[in-house]
Design a protein around this ligand. Structure first.
Ligand code: TXA
Ligand code: MG
Length: 313
């Protein structure tokens, strides 16, 4: 059975990770399903616990930016982004360093590695205490909605992992932005917790992967984050049997149940609420989840990316 640990039991969580076990832990974005990134068996166990395809690589978490060069090749663009955004919700895909001790399985056969330093006090303390890089995808079953509370983690992974470290709800609520710097042109692999506009002021306009780049972006599956109910996006009205995810002050009436991502129209508040509300409304008594339009600015870009994938089946 999976044990639930609180902050004072952090040493126990660290000991489990050092022993090769899997421990879910909070980050500022979503809960991660952590395992020792230098241990092949632990990394293999992460794929098994999530039911994740082996071609989809994992993000490796560090406690400090100055550890990164042991694992990956850091050019001036990477150094700039690390200095500006770490700790924080940005993952960088970089070429692996020559003697990188991270399991090749974490890179899923690519010659790159995704690195991030999370901005969550418990995550950082855990990483320091373990003293090793931790591979951690979001702590959900593959293809499902990412978890933003320890209860969400338990609902899908109880019995599949050793422990979950409970740090309360995640502040940001959508996963990190993933930028690929492994070649000349930076690629935006996933919009996320750092707004694309902020990155573009440093990197210039960001391009998203084309079919040609597909092998470099194995995680860009069209269908993901899928609730069981059908999703109806950009809804201006709502059916009597539908649940409504509302945004802004003027929600249409008549829904069976309404959850407000943000009444004031704040995209950051909406991001923090997104996954929890999708889970809360995913009930068989409704025929669909209707979602009002979300502006494509700031974290709205990450929200719309997740909603589009949730609506694809
Ligand atoms: O906020 C987050 O990033 C959370 C927390 C736990 O840190 N983690 C997370 O991991 O969202 P995951 O595995 O659910 O998503 C990682 C994404 C996937 O789309 C994966 O394909 C991509 O990053 N990725 C990881 N390593 C990569 C690599 N070497 N090349 C290209 N994409 C990579
Ligand atoms: Mg995920």
């Amino acid at each position: 059975m999976t044990i639930r640990l609180a902050a004072p039991a952090l040493d126990q969580a660290a000991a489990l990770l050092r022993a090769g076990k899997l421990v879910a832990f909070p980050t500022e974005t979503v809960y991660g399903l952590g395992g020792d990134a230098t241990n092949d068996e632990s990394v293999a166990a992460i794929f098994a616990a999530k039911g994740r395809p082996r071609f989809n690589p994992l993000i490796v978490h560090l406690s400090r930016a100055d550890q990164a060069e042991r694992f990956a090749q850091i050019d001036s663009r990477a150094a700039l982004l690390m200095q500006r955004f770490w700790p924080g919700p940005l993952s960088l895909v970089l070429r692996r360093a020559p003697h990188c001790p991270v399991s090749l399985l974490a890179s899923a056969g690519l010659d790159t590695l995704a690195l991030r330093v999370p901005a969550h006090p418990l995550a950082l303390e855990l990483l320091r205490s373990v003293g090793r890089p931790i591979a951690a995808p979001s702590a959900n079953r593959s293809g499902r909605v990412s978890p933003t509370t320890a209860d969400h983690v338990m609902s899908e992974l109880d019995g599949h992992i050793a422990a979950v470290l409970d740090g309360g709800p995640c502040r940001v609520g959508v996963e990190s932005t993933v930028i690929d710097l492994s070649s000349k042109t930076p690629l935006l692999l996933r919009p996320g917790g750092v707004a694309t506009e902020e990155l573009e002021t440093l990197l210039g306009p960001l391009v998203t992967p084309t079919a040609e780049d597909a092998p470099r972006a194995p995680g860009m599956l069209a269908s993901h984050y899928a609730p069981s109910l059908p999703m109806r996006l950009n809804a201006a009205s709502v059916g009597a049997s539908e649940a409504l995810l509302a945004f802004g002050p003027n929600a249409p009436g008549g829904a069976r149940e309404t959850c407000w991502l943000s009444k004031s129209g704040d995209v950051e508040e909406a991001a923090a609420n997104l996954f929890g509300m999708l889970r809360a409304l995913d009930r068989p008594e409704f025929t669909a989840i209707a979602v009002m339009p979300i502006p494509e600015r700031g974290l709205g870009r990450a929200i719309n990316d997740r909603l589009r994938r949730a609506a694809t089946r």
